[in-house]
Design a binder for this molecule. Structure first.
Ligand SMILES: Cc1cc2nc3c(=O)[nH]c(=O)nc-3n(C[C@H](O)[C@H](O)[C@H](O)COP(=O)(O)O)c2cc1C
Length: 361
């Protein structure tokens, strides 16, 4: 008999998670100057430590990887020190925490780049819309198409960031290959029209991702490396002409790597053009033989059903975790949830960050 539910433990590589409820990665733009994790970030994560697993907000692997103000990095000693306090606080409370490794690629702006350089991308294709800069919204620019030697340097940056993450006490790393950032820009052909071995068929467009995973798993047990994909998410001007073929290929390649998990954003954060909404996530999950983490619009009931039916092994929650530090306890008690305040999602101080009430208060 299959009796697992949302509150059943799960063995994730060397980590024993106490439940299947995961805090999804969420950028909150509240790092200190220099993109250094600070005290209020420690409190925020510590408050949410009853999650089976916390995945941090995207953390840039290098100064070039940044695309927004006040997002934390994982490329220098001060940042590592800031993260150490966070991992220690979460572990002290019995929780587990992975860091999401991030390079935004073209979703940046010269004012956020070292020496005001152009943001980088697989191809010189400008996304629609504005970058968020320290001086407010600024139109995106046409990015610099990466040379092969530059691609190799970024692969090295992922490897170095992974070493730093282990040094900072993380239980693992999540490779951010979703939501229209650099790895996803290579994967999908709306942002990649290269004619070399990094462009064209899915095999070539997956090359960068697989190189990154090889570099990362050469310094970190693969059972401590997760990956996030978002096959349909149109956020950041993203599109692929045949997402099912592309992502089926990607998932087949992931299988032999024996990663900690595959995390899929099963939807879109921006509206999809008509006809683009169809994607068989169950089929994708079935192609994978490891731990599958589902995300996007789940609530207590739908998440519990996904676990009970075996469609997912873990479910991650984004917005519910912004407003409910004790989401696990609330789900257990079937208690009402606090409503999130959208205005304080990105940037600001403790308000709308660490001041949401707990059930017990
Ligand atoms: C404020 C905010 C920031 C986010 N930042 C990230 C991020 O840094 N990395 C990422 O992969 N997804 C990010 N996301 C997407 C969430 O991880 C999640 O996929 C999305 O909120 C859908 O899940 P939900 O319906 O449970 O909220 C963000 C979402 C929100 C609302």
């Amino acid at each position: 008999m299959n009796s697992k539910d949302l509150f059943s433990p799960l063995q994730l590589g060397p980590s024993t998670l106490t439940n299947r409820i995961v805090m999804a990665p969420m950028t909150r733009n509240r790092a200190a100057e220099g993109n250094i994790p600070q005290e209020m970030n420690r409190l925020y994560y510590e408050q949410r430590a009853s999650a089976g697993l916390i995945i941090t907000e995207g953390a840039q692997i290098s100064p070039q990887g940044a695309g927004y103000p006040f997002t934390p990095g994982i490329y220098n000693d001060e940042q590592i020190l800031g993260w150490k306090k966070i991992t220690a606080a979460v572990h002290q409370k019995g929780g587990h925490i992975f860091i999401q490794l991030w390079h935004v690629g073209r979703i940046s702006h010269p004012s956020l780049q070292p020496d005001n350089a152009l943001p980088v991308a697989p191809s010189a294709i400008k996304p629609d819309g504005d970058a968020f800069t320290y001086n407010g919204p600024q139109p995106f620019v046409e990015p610099h198409a990466l040379e092969i030697s530059e691609i190799n340097n970024i692969v090295d940056d992922y490897q170095q960031a992974t070493r730093h993450a282990l040094n900072a006490g993380f239980d693992g790393v999540e490779i951010h290959a979703a939501n229209g950032y650099l790895i996803d820009q290579f994967l999908r052909n709306g942002s990649n029209n290269r004619t070399d071995e990094y462009g064209g068929p899915p095999e070539n467009r997956s090359r960068f991702l697989l190189q990154v995973l090889a570099a990362v798993t050469s310094v970190c047990d693969s059972q401590r490396v997760g990956i996030r994909l978002s096959p349909l998410n149109s956020f950041n001007s993203m599109r692929d002409s045949d997402p099912m073929t592309l992502f089926s290929y990607v998932v087949q390649q992931l299988k032999p790597l024996k990663l900690a998990y595959l995390h899929v954003l099963e939807g879109s954060m921006s509206p999809l053009p008509e006809g683009d909404e169809i994607f068989d996530y169950k089929k994708l999950a079935a192609l994978y033989d490891g731990i599958y983490m589902a995300n996007h619009g789940y609530d207590r009931q739908s998440a519990d059903e996904a676990i009970k039916s075996g469609t997912a092994d873990l479910v991650s929650f984004g917005i519910p975790y912004i407003a409910n530090p004790d989401l696990v306890e609330r789900f257990k008690a079937d208690a009402p949830l606090n409503a999130p305040d959208q205005a304080s999602f990105y940037g600001g101080d403790e308000t709308g960050y660490t001041d949401y009430p707990f059930l017990s208060s």
